[in-house]
Write a protein that binds this ligand. Structure first.
Ligand code: 48F
Length: 262
C-alpha cells in the first residue's frame, strides 16, 4: 500500500522545489542589482516593466535599505514634489507639505517599493550577499553570490555565480561592488580619479542634485545608483530626503535599458 506523504514532507518539498526552480531560472539574467535600497528597487521595477530579466541580491533579511528607519528612527521620510510621482506609481501614499515637499510613511514606502519591484517581475534574493564580480576581458559579466550568514560567520564556503549583461551597484554608502571592480580587478571607472573618490559630509541640496548627476555607467557592464553613485564620484550625503534616490533609480534603468537594447 502506498504510504501517504506527511504534511511536513510536503511543505519542505514545496519550498525546496520552488526556491531552487526560482534560483535556477535566474542564474543568467539581463540585470543583476546589488542592494534592495530605494534606488535599486525603482530601477528593478522600471527594468522589469521594460521586459528585462532582473534579479536583486540583498544581503539583509529585509529588503528596503535605508528607507525603514526614516530620520533617526522616526518612520517618516521627505520627498520633493518632482519625485513623489515615482512612488505614487507604486501605490505609495505621499502627503503634500510646505515648500514643495511631501512626506511618506517609511514603512509603507519600504514595503511598497519591494512589492512594486517584485510585482513587476524582478526577483529578490534576500539574505544573499554579492561578494565579488565576474570579469571577462575587462567587462563586468556577473556577480558572485553567497548566503550572507556564511559571509558574516566567515565560513570557508565557495560561492555560486550569476551571469548578467549589466550589474548595478545599489549598495548605498560603501559602493561595495565598484570597490571590488577597482581594487580587485584593477579596472578604471568613469570618475574624476578613475576610482572611488569617496562620499563628502552632509549638504542636502547639493547631495540630492549630484546623486542624479552621478548616476551613470562606470565601465562596460557596470553601473551605480543612489548613494553608491555618490560615493564613487565624491558627492555629498543628504539623510532622510529621498527624491534623489528615486530619480537615480529611474535614470539608471533608462541608461541600462538603452545599453542592453543596442
Ligand atoms: O543604502 P540603501 O538604502 O541604497 P540607496 O538606494 O539609498 C540610500 C538611502 O537609503 C539613504 C540615503 C537617502 O538619502 O542616504 O542611505 O543608495 O540600500 C543599499 C542596500 O544594499 C545592501 C544593503 O543591505 C542595503 O539594503 N547591500 C550592501 N552591500 C551588499 C548589499 C552586498 N555586498 N550584497 C548584497 N546587498
Amino acid at each position: 500500500m502506498k504510504q501517504q506523504k506527511l504534511m511536513e514532507e510536503s511543505i519542505s518539498g514545496l519550498i525546496v522545489r520552488t526556491f531552487f526552480s526560482k534560483l535556477e531560472q535566474h542564474l543568467a539574467v539581463d540585470v543583476a542589482i546589488v542592494g534592495a535600497g530605494p534606488s535599486g528597487l525603482v530601477a528593478a521595477r522600471d527594468l522589469a516593466n521594460a521586459g528585462f530579466k532582473v534579479a536583486i541580491f540583498e544581503s539583509k533579511l529585509a529588503p528596503g535599505g535605508g528607507v525603514w528607519g526614516g530620520g533617526m528612527l522616526m518612520n517618516e521620510v521627505v520627498i520633493q514634489d518632482d519625485a513623489a510621482q515615482i512612488i505614487n506609481e507604486f501605490g505609495i501614499t505621499t502627503v503634500k507639505a510646505d515648500d514643495g515637499y511631501h512626506t511618506a510613511d517609511s514603512v509603507e514606502m519600504a514595503a511598497g517599493l519591494i512589492f512594486g519591484a517584485r510585482k513587476a517581475g524582478a526577483v529578490i534574493f534576500n539574505a544573499m550577499a554579492v561578494e565579488d564580480v565576474v570579469v571577462h576581458n575587462g567587462v563586468i559579466a556577473g556577480v558572485v553570490v553567497n548566503w550572507n550568514p556564511v559571509r558574516r560567520l566567515d565560513m570557508h564556503v565557495d560561492p555560486l555565480v550569476v551571469t548578467a549583461r549589466a550589474v548595478l551597484d545599489g549598495t548605498g554608502h560603501p559602493s561595495e561592488i565598484v570597490a571590488k571592480v577597482v581594487q580587485k580587478a584593477g579596472i578604471k571607472v568613469c570618475s574624476p580619479t578613475g576610482g572611488i573618490v569617496g562620499e563628502k559630509p552632509m549638504w542636502m541640496e547639493d547631495g540630492e542634485r549630484t546623486t542624479v548627476e552621478n548616476t551613470m555607467r562606470l565601465s562596460p557592464g557596470l553601473y551605480a545608483s543612489g548613494m553608491a553613485a555618490n560615493n564613487v564620484q565624491g558627492g555629498f550625503r543628504m539623510g532622510p530626503i529621498f527624491g534623489g534616490m528615486l530619480k537615480s533609480g529611474r535614470k539608471i534603468a533608462r541608461i541600462i535599458a538603452e545599453d542592453l537594447s543596442k
